[in-house]
Design a protein around this ligand. Structure first.
Ligand SMILES: O=c1[nH]cc([C@@H]2O[C@H](COP(=O)(O)O)[C@@H](O)[C@H]2O)c(=O)[nH]1
Length: 229
């Protein structure tokens, strides 16, 4: 059975942009000062969440002697210089340009706030203009709860020009919280996890498809126009 999707929503960090290594490096730099390790197990739990929530989880779980506000200030100092180096991940540009060329409505829904989004996309402004709209979950007044809640995806769905049933929307995600959010929103989800991401049976069961790379995506399997070569 071919799934018929008409609209597509993309996550950003670790999906379109290769920023997860930048997050790991900037976080580990702070952890090093206190002899702590930023494990993939912990990272898999915070990916996709808003910065304020991440800061609270990190300081609590690792017992860092920092307030969440201090944690944010320290990580931002490092991120300010490294985020503008973010590169697009393999397959991202080809897929987004293909959908745009075929007038498939596309949007972005990311756990980022505007401060980090602007830095990460500074060198990709033309690319991010291809999307009909962008929802920055951490800043958006209409997004009450961050991923794994469905809010960000539902707000993104509402902002397409035409009304669309969630079951016709395909979400691309790399974060377990994002897969859960897409599922809770009633949308299909292609999960493209980094090899080190914790893959629980629960999250696996919520993904429509799991791929190692966006390069392996076959649009017609989801009722989208095929690549011409
Ligand atoms: O190692 C990390 N990865 C990701 C995040 C958080 O996840 C968000 C990315 O969300 P998304 O995957 O929805 O683009 C970032 O803005 C950040 O708040 C983080 O804190 N630490």
């Amino acid at each position: 059975m071919v799934i018929q999707c008409t609209h597509v929503i993309f996550d950003v960090d670790g999906l379109l942009l290769d920023t997860e290594t930048l997050y790991t490096d900037s976080t580990q730099e702070i952890c090093d000062e206190f002899g702590k390790k930023y494990t993939w197990e912990l990272k898999s739990k915070v990916m996709g969440k808003a910065e304020k929530e991440v800061a609270k989880i990190m300081t609590d779980v690792l017992g860092l002697p920092l307030t969440p506000e201090e944690y944010i200030r320290r990580t931002r100092e490092v991120q300010q210089t490294i985020f503008p180096t973010a590169k697009l991940l393999p397959g991202a540009e080809k897929l987004v340009r293909h959908l745009h060329k075929h007038n498939i409505p596309i949007a972005v829904a990311t756990g980022s706030n505007s401060w980090s989004f602007n830095l990460k996309t500074a060198n990709h402004q033309e690319f991010f203009k291809l999307f009909h709209h962008t929802v920055l979950c951490a800043d958006d007044p209409e997004v009450e709860h961050s991923k794994p809640a469905p809010d960000g995806f539902l707000v993104a769905a509402k902002r397409f020009e035409d009304a669309v049933d969630p079951s016709k929307i395909l979400v691309f995600e790399d974060a377990p919280n994002g897969v859960q959010a897409a599922n809770a929103a009633g949308m299909h989800c292609v999960w493209v996890p980094a090899p080190e991401v914790t893959q629980t049976d629960d999250v696996k069961s919520k993904a429509t498809l799991i791929l190692h790379s966006l390069e392996l995506f076959v649009p017609e399997d989801f009722g989208l126009p095929p690549y011409s070569h």
